[in-house]
Design a protein around this ligand. Structure first.
Ligand code: AVJ
Length: 317
């Protein structure tokens, strides 16, 4: 078992406990997917991105490599790049390397430890770049640091993280981004495309079982942090394609009728009953255009791989 660098802050623990008790008291038991990403969950996700079945990361990276010089033509000088969610990936470095004349890079993430490491590492490679990490949950309101010499701000939201959000959440997020990116705003969005279940299901239920570990780690995390007694052997990972909602759903299915104690409360599971742990939406171009349009963003340009698996779009007001 891996220790956290710092124990979770008590406010985080309270929020976690509330979400768990609330989510597991619903008719369809559900847990918000953000809790999948503790230290161990983040490490498992990194391993997912390298699996042969998991096409999104390598496909988006290839698209970015191919489009970045074209993209650079659309970005003015002295722009600040604002990245929502975990940065420091290969994808970020492609942009930092090819979007010359950037005035600043602002990675935003909830994990302070992670951000500090990232900022220090990137500063060594990009020694002249003004790197200003912000510790925040980007789905809640936050303030950007003063970026005095920047003439414009460019949002960057890769990885199809947008696919975790509901229509309402996307609307709030894109509207907030619209506001804090200010005048001359632009936004680079990576999103996964609708495709055959034959490709999708293995991508979320890989042969090596890494995605299963990633999903089941949530139960371990509840045991560790909330003093619960889940046995991970009592549940199995399930990835379901919901065509109506155009999304992959991750579930944890109880293999037997059982009773679990969490922070002093009892939760009952029927045999076959599931906890819905994540949605990963797959978009068609029109659906994403509409979502963006509703938040006053227009799609200026879009790049895709030759198999139309994934897309990167540049949006402007
Ligand atoms: C990080 C949300 C983009 O939905 O593909 C990968 C998370 N879950 N395998 C995704 C995930 C299971 C991933 N996102």
């Amino acid at each position: 078992m891996l220790a956290e660098k710092h124990p979770p802050a008590s406010s985080e623990l309270d929020a976690f406990e509330q979400d768990v008790i609330h989510g597991l008291s619903q008719q369809q038991k559900t847990l918000p997917c953000r809790w999948l990403y503790d230290d161990r969950g983040s490490q498992l996700f990194e391993r997912i991105t390298q699996l042969p079945e998991y096409y999104p990361t390598r496909t988006e990276t290839a698209i970015l490599k191919n489009c970045v010089s074209d993209l650079a033509q659309h970005i003015g000088p002295q722009a600040a790049l604002i990245e929502y969610g975990a940065g420091a990936s290969v994808k970020t470095q492609i942009l930092l390397k090819h979007l010359t004349h950037l005035s600043a890079y602002v990675p935003i993430d909830v994990s302070g430890d992670f951000l500090e490491d990232t900022a220090q590492r990137l500063q060594q490679t990009f020694s002249h770049l003004n790197i200003q990490p912000v510790i925040a949950d980007f789905t809640s309101p936050f303030t950007l640091p003063a970026l005095g010499n920047s003439r414009s701000k460019v949002g960057f939201f890769p990885g199809s993280t947008i696919g975790n959000l509901s229509d309402d959440e996307i609307h709030s997020f894109l509207t907030a981004a619209h506001q804090h990116l200010g005048d001359n705003r632009q936004f680079i969005l990576g999103f996964d495309l609708h495709k055959s279940a034959d490709i999708l299901i293995p991508a979320y239920n890989d042969a090596a079982g890494v995605t299963a570990c990633f999903n089941l780690n949530l139960l371990d995390r509840i045991n560790r942090e909330l003093n619960a007694n889940f046995s991970t052997g009592g549940f199995k990972h399930d990835a379901r394609w919901n065509e109506n909602e155009s999304r992959i759903e991750m579930h944890l299915v109880s293999i037997a009728k059982q009773r679990i104690t969490i922070a002093g409360k009892t939760i009952e599971f029927e045999k076959g009953e599931s906890i819905h742990t994540e949605n990963s939406r797959k978009f068609c171009l029109d659906s994403i255009k509409t979502l963006c349009h509703n938040a006053n963003w227009a799609m200026r340009k879009v790049w895709m791989d030759s198999d139309n698996l994934f897309a990167v779009a540049l949006m402007e007001p």
